[in-house]
Design a protein. Sequence first.
Length: 217
Amino acid sequence: MAKETWKKWFSYIIPQTKYVKSEVNGHLEVGWIEGRKVLDSQHANYSYGPLQDVLEYGLKQMSLDKVNTVLVLGMGAGSIIQSLRNKFCYTKSIVAVEFDPVIIQIAEEEFGIVANNQLEIHCDDAENFVENDKRTYDLIIVDVFVDKDVPEEFYGSRFWRNLNLRANPNAQILFNAGVENLDKKFQDSFLNKLPKTFKYNIHTDVLGGNTLILLEK
């Protein structure tokens, strides 16, 4: 077998990892875990791997029967959109916000996530978007990371006051609050900043690590 033919044949059997540089997120990798194509940052899974499982766990704790509008803050490569569509049979409107244009490009080229009549994709900062958007939503998913960290502003009072304005009565919010359990003192400080309109439940050590906070208005 000719060398070039062999190399092409071999790439079909063992898919190659693709490395991408992002000014926002540093080094990104499109690779494979247990037969699933995934997007990873240097230290964390971003889409379609364990993170997708964590967010699906959160959605399973919620009632989606009366959800007609969804806001996703931190789209990543779109695994939560795939989950909503395919696993939870949600067919209505989704508005997705992703700050990193490189990841939006990866979502389209590697995972087929493109804007359409039922999906808006905005390249914007999530805090800026909720401050300026005038619409309200039945379900808001907050999954905003830079590598393995949630930027500090997404634990702050200003962000959550604006999020309260974007939430319909009886709206539900799924907040991926960290890839590890939050320090108790930090957790209490954050919870004290939440608008009093929210009831919440905290799920720690979800699937081996993440902290999810599920809120209802």
